[in-house]
Write a protein that binds this ligand. Structure first.
Ligand SMILES: *Cc1c(COP(=O)(O)O)cnc(C)c1O
Length: 410
């Protein structure tokens, strides 16, 4: 988003024109930014065979999925519904990886029927899988390397108490199950958390995975998961993808030399691919001064963007209608009947009732975590692509709220 002559624009498209046309609250995604992120990741690994799978739970609009398919990405899914969306978006089954956690065996069988790659993260399911398919359907195994990583306990998945993955301390048990049921293991996987800044954490996790990989002779891919940190605040640090690419590629080439056959490496970022491409626009309903603070109350809440309340996430907020206004402090809150505070004591250009504010980093885990709480409609979504604004999801209406409800005689 750029500011020229007091107006904000994306790809040359004037933002206030877009908000006026489609209304607020509104999610807007810069498709070019997604492309730049995807290419940045791919270009960081020129010397090894690397495939980037978009972890679509971050943002599942079908147009976003198609955009990643056209760029050549694969898809990382965590539910059978995401698998179906991926197939609808035109991904080939072999380009979709299904990495569920604590789902039923029936759901895994449904994914097998769709022909997608199956990632298994517990021994009980693996046993059932072996009983049902033997070596006829290859699997990928999700390992928990017990590397502590991530920006917040709620988004760290590699620790000892985590429900994700098969512990590296269970390798003997794992190998016994594989040997006795003849399961064909073609991939190893880890995903240790989100918002990991320190690339040494990745490299340590990768080392554990590569050591483990030596015990599996039929690997075609090794998946290092994701968790790349993106900048949220101005001047925030982010994962140095280029340095990671250089260091990990070197290590992977060495591994391939010892292993004796080619393996493809995978990453499956969600946040890195789409976070910064997203903007969430809201209108200011009220400025309310209390004895303690000045509230800017906006026409949205935790029903549309829950990350600040759920993860204490920081989203930078700008006043797009008054970019030259005097800077003052505001506590930005939603209209939901909960304490849905987006931000405390934020310095912003003077906010007047009616002003449009924008939350940055609203691409990942923003719309996809939205709900109808308080019976509010979910916002519309707009893509900016080729210098034009495209409506890619209309705003909901009362019929949508009632669409799945059945009336009984009262
Ligand atoms: C959520 C998830 C990701 C994506 O994580 P980000 O932090 O958004 O990059 C990748 N892999 C798996 C298995 C996930 O569950």
């Amino acid at each position: 988003m750029e500011l020229t002559n007091g107006r904000y624009s994306i790809q040359g498209v004037d933002i206030l024109d877009v908000v006026n046309e489609f209304g607020a609250p509104l999610y807007v995604y810069d498709f070019q930014k997604m492309e730049r992120q995807y290419k940045r990741l791919v270009n960081a690994f020129p010397d090894v065979r690397m495939k980037a799978l978009y972890a679509c739970k971050a943002l599942t609009n079908i147009n976003v999925l198609k955009h990643f398919r056209k760029m050549g990405a694969g898809l990382d899914t965590v539910s059978i519904q995401e698998v179906w969306l991926g197939l609808k978006a035109g991904f080939k089954p072999e380009d979709i990886v299904y990495t569920p956690n604590c789902v039923s065996f029936e759901e895994i069988q449904m994914a097998v029927k769709e022909g997608v790659k199956i990632n298994i993260d517990n021994i009980s399911i693996l046993e059932q899988f072996g009983n049902a398919y033997g070596g006829t359907v290859p699997v990928c195994i999700r390992i928990n390397p017990h590397i502590l990583a991530g920006g917040n306990p709620k988004i760290s998945t590699g620790h000892i108490d985590s429900k994700f993955g098969i512990s590296i301390y269970q390798m003997r048990h794992l190998q016994r199950v594989i040997a006795s049921s003849g399961i064909l293991v073609e991939g190893l996987h880890m995903h240790t958390g989100s918002d990991i800044l320190d690339i040494d954490v990745f490299l340590r996790g990768a080392e554990v995975l590569l050591q483990t990989a030596k015990e599996f002779p039929n690997l075609k891919s090794i998946d290092f998961g994701s968790g790349f940190k993106v900048p949220y605040k101005p001047n925030d640090a982010s994962t140095n993808i280029e340095e990671l690419g250089a260091k990990l590629s070197e290590r992977v080439l060495e591994f391939i030399g010892e292993y004796g056959r080619e393996v493809e490496i995978h990453f499956e970022p969600g946040k890195f691919m789409v976070s910064e491409s997203g903007y969430f626009f809201v209108r200011t309903n009220v400025i309310k001064t209390t004895t303690a603070t000045v509230f800017a109350g906006v026409d949205s809440g935790q029903n549309h963007l829950i990350r600040p309340m759920f993860y204490d996430a920081y989203h930078h907020i700008l006043n797009v209608t008054n970019p030259q206004g005097t800077e003052r402090f505001y506590t930005v809150v939603g209209y939901v009947c909960e304490t849905d505070t987006f931000a405390w004591d934020r310095k912003m250009n003077e906010v007047r009732e009616g002003d449009i504010l924008v939350f940055r980093n609203a691409g990942a885990y923003a719309f996809s975590m939205s709900s109808n709480y308080n019976s509010r409609f979910r916002p519309a979504e707009v893509a900016i692509q080729n210098g034009k604004a495209h409506l890619i999801r209309r705003r909901e209406n009362l019929d949508d709220l009632l669409a799945t409800q059945m009336e009984m005689d009262i």
